[in-house]
Design a protein around this ligand. Sequence first.
Ligand code: SAM
Ligand code: SF4
Ligand code: SF4
Length: 337
Amino acid sequence: MIDDLLQRPLKDLRISVTDRCNFRCIYCMPKEIFGADYPFLPKQELLNFEEIAKLAHIFAALGVTKIRLTGGEPLLRTDLPLLLDKLTSIQGIKDIALTTNGVLLPKYAASLQAAGLKRVSVSLDSLSDERFGHINGRGVGVEPVLQGIEAASRAGLKVKINMVVQKGANDQDIVPMAKYFKDAGHTIRFIEYMDVGNTNGWNLDKVVTKQEIIDRIDRHVMPLEAVPGQYFGEVASRYRYKGTEQEVGIISAVSDAFCGTCTRARISASGSLYTCLFATEGTDLRELLRSGLSDDVLAGKIASVWNNRDNQYSAKRGRDTNEASGKQKIEMSYIGG
Ligand code: SAM
Ligand code: SF4
Ligand code: SF4
């Protein structure tokens, strides 16, 4: 196991398998910027599945026990079950999850489950077709995502729902979404709107805080009680409806940052290693892989990056930040959410 400069171990690896997406969410890939002529990565610049699996092996040897596949929209890599097949056999990896917008789950849920996937997080920001269509930038309605959730459940996958809350865009949906998924028996996690990337026009006024979200659910759905955190590095604060086992999570990256226990590394679609979601610079692992270095040398380089990590962007937000330094942050669709 390896630690960074703030004694945080490397435990989780998020792998972005593509920078492309079939949505254009206003907070992630606004269509005005990610238009028809946007220079997405050509295929040869993406890591192939052998390369991803090789890196996953090395990270597992360095202490990683959890992998999350993300993007862009990971299900646009249509042969993703083949990657899962490779990842599930890696010694030390105890948990593999996938984050998706859900619309391709009816097609792939069964084969993903057969390849060893146990759980999936599906992003859905509203139950109103109008608001959701506006947020996803493609006019896609709610039904295709609900069908994806249903397909995942039917295939035997554990499902969690992610909702990014943006004041003025969908905060009126907090209560209806909480009620709907309480009744459906799925954990919903509310995510505070974050200043990832450089294109979403973020400001603090658009953030609905963890406390506001809890208050609204407590008052209008059912009283909540806190569930004690279960492990170091847990991202969501967990609550349950009093007297039940049904949980709700809040990811309070803005109002109550959790950098002190951040154990996550990220590999972008093009194979660069980032030690923070808000990073401005990465380490090109693809180049190192393709130059034929041994696994031991690669492991040494990755360990040295982690050993020198001191990221705590959210804890310091507004002070000493990347914007303050004038550097551009990496876009979320590229680095992986
Ligand atoms: N396309 C997949 C999806 O939407 O689930 C996976 C990639 S997406 C970048 C991963 C997660 O990041 C999603 O739950 C998305 O809602 C969230 N996300 C994207 N931009 C965000 C932002 N500015 N603030 C908070 N969460 C964001
Ligand atoms: Fe695509 Fe996910 Fe970003 Fe929306 S949040 S644009 S679905 S990558
Ligand atoms: Fe981790 Fe960076 Fe997020 Fe802090 S801001 S929790 S260091 S990814």
